[in-house]
Design a binder for this molecule. Structure first.
Ligand code: GDP
Length: 303
C-alpha cells in the first residue's frame, strides 16, 4: 500500500533534511515534487493542488525557514497535512470516526451500500465477525439483495462460517419487506446489532438509490456505510460522491487495500466526499479488516 508515494516522499524529505539552511525556492521546489508524487498516487487533482498550496503557505509563511532544523519542520508540516487529508485526528480538531456509532437502544442498524462486486457482502460479514467477537455483540445479518442470484445464500454461508445468525430467507420478498422483517426479528430476539446488506448494481442508478432510500426510511440506520473498491482509484471517489449526494452516508469502507499500491482513493476520499473512511479491507479472509486510523496510515506512508 502507498509504496511508490512512500518512496517518492522519502526522497524529497531526505533532500530537505540533508540541508542545513533552506530558501523559499527550495521549499517551493520540494512541494512541487510532493504534488507530483500525490498525482502519481492517483490523488484527485484539486485535492493535490490544495494540499500543496496549504502546506507551502505554512512552510514559507512561518518562522520555519529561520529555524535551526527547517527541513525537519517542513517534513512535519507535510506529515500533519497528510493526516488531515486522510481524515484528521481528535487533537487537530477533526473527529476520529474510525469505529461505529452503535450507542442506541438496541438493535443498532448498520446498512451496507455499494456497487456490485465492491466487496459489500464480504465486508458485511467481516464487520459482523468483529462486532460479535471482539465486542461481544449479538449480531443479526440480513441480505436485501433480491437481484443477484444466490446473494442471500452467500450471506447465509458466510454467517455459518463466522457463527453469526442470518435472517431466514423467504422467497419472493422485496427488500423493504425483508428490512421490516429483519428489524422485527432483531427487536423480538434481542439482537444488539442488525446488519443490512443491500443490493448492488453495476452502475449508480436511480432505481438503486430509490431502493436504498426506502430501506433507510424503514430501518433508520445509525450507520450507512458505503463499500468501495480502492483499486478503482478516482472512480471509487466518484462513486462515493454520487452515493453521498443521495443517501446520508456515515462513512466509507475501502476494500482491496491489500492490492492497492497507489492509495489515491484513500487519500482523496475525505477531501472530496467529506465522509470518513471507517475501515479498510485488507484481504479475502473474514478477519482481513482494519479500522482506518489517519495518523497510523500517514505514518506508514512517511515510513
Ligand atoms: P459484493 O458484490 O459487493 O457483495 O462483493 P463480494 O463481497 O461478493 O466480494 C467480491 C470479491 O471480492 C470476493 O471474491 C471477495 O473475497 C473479494 N474481496 C472483498 N473484499 C476484499 C478485500 O479487502 N481484499 C481482497 N483481496 N479481496 C476482497
Amino acid at each position: 500500500m502507498f509504496d511508490s508515494l512512500s518512496d517518492r516522499l522519502g526522497g524529497v524529505f531526505d533532500r530537505l533534511r540533508g540541508r542545513g539552511a533552506l530558501t523559499e525556492a527550495d521549499v517551493r521546489q520540494a512541494m512541487r515534487e510532493v504534488r507530483i508524487a500525490l498525482l502519481e498516487a492517483d490523488v484527485a487533482l484539486p485535492v493535490a493542488r490544495q494540499f500543496v498550496e496549504e502546506a507551502t503557505e505554512k512552510a514559507v509563511g512561518q518562522n520555519v525557514l529561520r529555524s535551526v532544523t527547517p527541513g525537519q519542520q517542513v517534513v512535519k508540516i507535510v506529515h500533519d497535512a497528510l493526516v488531515e487529508m486522510l481524515g484528521g485526528t481528535p487533537g487537530a480538531g477533526a473527529p476520529l470516526e474510525a469505529e461505529l456509532n452503535l450507542n442506541v437502544s438496541p438493535p443498532a442498524v448498520v446498512m451496507m451500500v455499494g456497487l456490485q462486486g465492491s466487496g459489500k457482502t464480504t465486508t458485511t460479514a467481516k464487520i459482523a465477525k468483529r462486532l460479535a467477537g471482539k465486542e461481544r455483540k449479538k449480531v443479526l445479518m440480513a441480505s436485501l439483495d433480491v437481484n443477484r442470484p444466490a446473494a442471500q445464500e452467500q450471506l447465509a454461508t458466510l454467517g455459518t462460517q463466522i457463527e453469526v445468525q442470518t435472517l431466514p430467507i423467504v422467497a419472493g420478498q422485496q427488500p423493504v419487506d425483508i428490512a421490516r422483517r429483519a428489524l422485527q426479528a432483531a427487536k423480538l430476539q434481542g439482537f444488539d446489532v442488525l446488519m443490512l446488506d443491500t443490493a448492488g448494481r453495476l452502475h449508480v442508478d436511480q432505481a438503486l438509490m430509490d431502493e436504498m432510500q426506502a430501506v433507510a426510511d424503514i430501518a433508520r440506520p445509525q450507520e450507512i456505510l458505503l463499500v468501495v473498491d480502492s483499486l478503482t482509484g478516482q472512480d471509487a471517489v466518484n462513486v462515493a460522491q454520487s452515493f453521498s449526494a443521495q443517501v446520508p452516508l456515515t462513512g466509507v469502507v475501502l476494500t482491496r487495500m491489500d492490492g492497492d499500491a497507489r492509495g489515491g482513493a484513500a487519500l482523496s476520499m475525505r477531501a472530496v466526499t467529506g465522509k470518513p473512511i471507517k475501515f479498510a479491507g485488507t484481504g479475502e479472509k473474514l478477519d482481513a479488516i482494519e479500522p482506518f486510523h489517519p495518523e497510523r496510515v500517514a505514518g506508514r506512508i512517511l515510513g
